[in-house]
Design a protein around this ligand. Structure first.
Ligand code: PQQ
Length: 223
């Protein structure tokens, strides 16, 4: 079974952390306009994640799984006076100089980013729920990127109010917790070679989603 974990983890090489736009971001080489373009486009991902997670819940007959998975939705949407990730992302955008209305009205949203994000939501709606869970496993690779990004923002992009970086700080503990649960689910349910291959393919698909988003952003805001 740990073979499956190794196979899944091997896809770290294709994670969007290696995308040239992220490499330039973390080296402090992006202009304010490029960072603003990235943050405005990524908002569509942030606002779609809870819809994707609700789609997974709607396909899942396992109450134990639903009780844990639902946390992902409230983490992003917020609850009972607690702001969630979507609000934190809007604050990040504002700290970078993008008014929140320009994120929510999608005026900066590139077609390629829209198509990639919407393909992820459709995948979660239409695939078996365990396979949709497997597609979230890029979060296994996210904490390293998040830590690097946080350090880069604090070091190079000092024109951004550090208060705006709370989103990344939250993901540092949310992503490992979430990916641990997703991995448990995949290991519990994917026993046959065919199921394990489907889980692997789902993760490859998700890497493609993330990479395509970065390609579209890179093209729209060239160096
Ligand atoms: O900034 C990033 O690089 C990054 C990557 C990922 C990811 O690897 O899917 C997520 C996030 N951020 C993120 O903020 C987030 O809420 C999130 C949810 C999910 C998911 O697939 O359910 N991935 C990610």
């Amino acid at each position: 079974m740990s073979d499956l974990v190794d196979r899944l983890r091997s896809q770290a090489e294709r994670y969007h952390a290696a995308h040239p736009f992220h490499v330039r971001m973390n080296a402090g080489e992006l202009s304010p306009e490029q960072l603003r373009g990235w943050v405005a486009n990524r908002f569509h991902y942030q606002e779609s994640i809870p819809i994707k997670d609700a789609a997974i819940l709607s396909n899942c007959p396992d109450v134990t799984m639903r009780r844990r998975w639902i946390r992902r939705i409230t983490d992003h949407d917020g609850h009972d006076g607690e702001e969630g990730g979507i609000e934190a992302w809007l604050r990040l955008g504002e700290a970078c100089g993008v008014p929140r209305g320009e994120m929510t009205d999608h005026r900066h949203l590139q077609p390629g980013v829209r198509f990639a994000v919407d393909a992820y939501v459709t995948f979660a709606r239409t695939k078996p729920w365990v396979i949709a869970v497997a597609s979230s496993l890029t979060e296994l690779f996210a904490p390293d990127l998040m830590a690097e990004r946080l350090a880069a923002f604090e070091k190079y992009y000092t024109w951004i109010d550090p208060e705006g970086l709370q989103y990344f700080r939250n993901r540092l503990f949310q992503a490992p917790r979430d990916s641990e649960h997703a991995l448990e689910v995949v290991l519990e349910h994917c026993h046959t070679e065919a199921d394990q291959q489907s889980a692997f393919d789902a993760l490859a698909f998700k890497n493609d989603v993330l990479w395509s988003m970065m390609d579209a952003i890179d093209l729209a805001y060239p160096s």
